[in-house]
Write a new protein. Structure first.
Length: 281
């Protein structure tokens, strides 16, 4: 399939006004009873209302699932939010993949997860984070008015300190060469991460698998997801949103780098960076 096909597919998703773009919000949540209500509350308050949220409660051992269900029922969000509870913990990478490609594994998820339609825009919204303000999603929607935009990433605020994150626009020569894996020591294409569903589905699932375990990556899944899409969208289809519209929770004791350790993250990061590049579309 040539580049014109993907341009037309993107155009299909943004034919009229910003109000016609439908966002597919994907939230993986584990033991987030302290943060889950703020997370879903800031989603429900967004001024931009064309979205559906899929929350996967990843076999939490605390009250996360109960609190989310109570909030959904109390605010009559059943048509806006799908809450799924896993029977075992499988990590964010697997949950994100299933929420976009769909899954028939009813043993794990307790139900069939429908595939995200190709013309929707996926937003990764971690279960312990939240939007900075009620217009965050509206800000993202403006970027997708341009059918040439296939992927966005942005700047974030680390909470509770309020420190601004490390994200910035990729240099032009990096985009031209598609050398994203060689650039910098940390992934700068971070929160909020958004992309067209059809673009994500072109990631080979085997590239999300840890060869040591033959299972989905348990850490650094965001890197494994973003590099292929950046490479495919390299020639003029990436936008950096400099406005701070996302709050990253830097205090969560269950963050991957705290639980798995920085050495494991660095190992997996090097492994992902050494993988073959995707060709630009």
């Amino acid at each position: 399939m040539n580049k014109a096909y993907f341009f037309l597919l993107a155009l299909w998703g943004s034919l009229s006004s910003a109000r016609d773009i439908c966002f597919h919000i994907v939230t993986a949540s584990y033991n987030n009873e302290r943060y889950s209500i703020r997370n879903i509350e800031m989603m429900a308050k967004q001024t931009y209302t064309h979205w559906h949220m899929v929350i996967i409660n990843d076999c939490s051992t605390d009250a996360t699932g109960r609190l989310l269900r109570e909030y959904i029922d109390a605010h009559q969000l059943q048509n806006k939010v799908t809450l799924i509870t896993n029977t075992r913990n499988c990590g964010a990478c697997r949950n994100i993949d299933d929420a976009i490609r769909g899954s028939t594994d009813t043993v794990l998820h307790g139900q069939i997860i429908s595939e995200c339609p190709d013309n929707r825009v996926v937003v990764i919204y971690d279960g312990d984070d939240c939007w900075t303000n009620i217009r965050s999603l509206e800000r993202i929607s403006h970027e997708y008015q341009n059918p040439k935009v296939w992927l966005t990433y942005g700047q974030f605020r680390i909470m509770p300190e309020g420190v601004i994150g490390w994200c910035h626009e990729f240099p032009r020569d990096v985009c031209k060469r598609g050398s994203f894996r060689d650039y910098g020591v940390v992934l700068i294409s971070s929160h909020p991460r958004t992309f067209r569903a059809w673009l994500y589905k072109r990631i080979r699932q085997k590239d999300l698998i840890d060869p040591r375990t033959q299972d989905y990556l348990r850490v650094t899944g965001d890197t494994a997801i973003m590099f292929p899409m950046l490479e495919m969208a390299a020639h003029g289809h990436i936008r950096f949103i400099s406005d701070v519209i996302y709050d990253y929770n830097g205090a969560n004791p269950l963050s991957d780098w705290r639980v798995q350790g920085s050495e494991e993250q660095m190992y997996v990061d090097r492994m992902i960076r050494a993988m073959p590049r995707y060709e630009p579309l």
